[in-house]
Design a protein around this ligand. Structure first.
Ligand code: AMP
Length: 253
């Protein structure tokens, strides 16, 4: 069985995101970019399933500009067998929305015919948390979102999901779509020999047009601005002071 893993290039989680002076988006020039952390967990899970003998091949896929190839190389250095790069140059005013990404991933899945597609539960740049669900809907495949444990058993996947009240265990018929939560695993670091090996692994390049996918969107980003600055807090000397402020200033008592 083949596992398809969707990986996204995002601003590194440790970078403080800044808005561009012209308010068209966030600054990405000279900013460290990395694989979305939830996608690293997705790659790790696919590799563990392959290493356990439950899968034969791991294919990483991304949609993005030329530089997104770095993200695919990271997935290949972690251990993915090959990769698919769907080239798309972003226009800040017309960002690629989760539905367009899901349509492209659906087309890739129909070509690759994986038994399982693993995505991150969300990308930390837009925090949408929509692509996996939309992909499952478009493919009409069962979905296990927010996975904290995955077991493959012949034609089924047993998925433990993180839900508000605790852990929900579900059983999915394959092929299926799974999205990863933080506690699923601890992703490995790519070793130097594997980084070298990754350079000779195959990255197939295609465009949304090659896949016959229309990615036009109805949404236009008009302006991106910083959130309003929070006012400084005050330290009160007693509970009576606090009650007084809540009653007479905040008017909440
Ligand atoms: P989102 O719905 O945007 O929060 O993204 C959830 C997941 O969808 C990510 O963790 C990725 O696995 C996948 N994804 C989103 N955008 C892309 C992209 N441009 N390329 C590849 N995978 C993506």
């Amino acid at each position: 069985m083949k596992i398809l893993v969707a990986v996204k290039r995002v601003v590194d989680y440790a970078v403080k995101v800044r808005v561009k002076p012209d308010l068209t988006g966030v600054e990405t020039a000279n900013v460290k970019m990395s694989m979305n952390p939830f996608c690293e967990i997705a790659v790790e899970e696919a590799l563990r399933l392959r290493e356990a003998g439950a899968a034969a091949e791991v294919v990483a896929a991304t949609i993005g500009p030329d530089q997104s190839a770095d993200t695919l190389r990271t997935a290949l250095a972690m251990g993915a067998d090959r990769a698919v790069h769907v080239l798309h140059n972003p226009d800040p005013a017309r960002p690629l929305l989760p539905l367009a990404v899901a349509k492209i991933l659906r087309a890739v899945a129909l070509q690759e015919k994986p038994g399982l597609v693993i995505l991150g539960k969300q990308a930390i740049d837009d925090d949408c948390n929509q692509t996996g669900q939309m992909l499952a809907g478009l493919l009409n495949w069962p979905q296990g979102t927010f996975a904290s444990k995955v077991i493959l058993d012949k034609e089924k996947a047993i998925v433990e999901r993180e839900v508000d009240g605790g852990i929900e265990t579900i059983c999915l018929d394959l092929p299926a779509v799974i999205t990863t939560d933080l506690r699923l695993n601890q992703p490995r670091y790519a070793t130097l020999p594997n980084i070298m090996k990754a350079k000779s692994k195959v990255i197939k390049k295609v465009t949304p047009e090659d896949l016959n996918v229309d990615i036009r969107s109805d949404m236009e980003v008009v302006q991106v601005t910083e959130p309003p600055k929070r006012k400084a807090g005050v330290i009160l000397s007693s509970v009576d002071d606090l009650l007084d402020k809540l009653k007479n200033e905040a008017h909440v008592l």
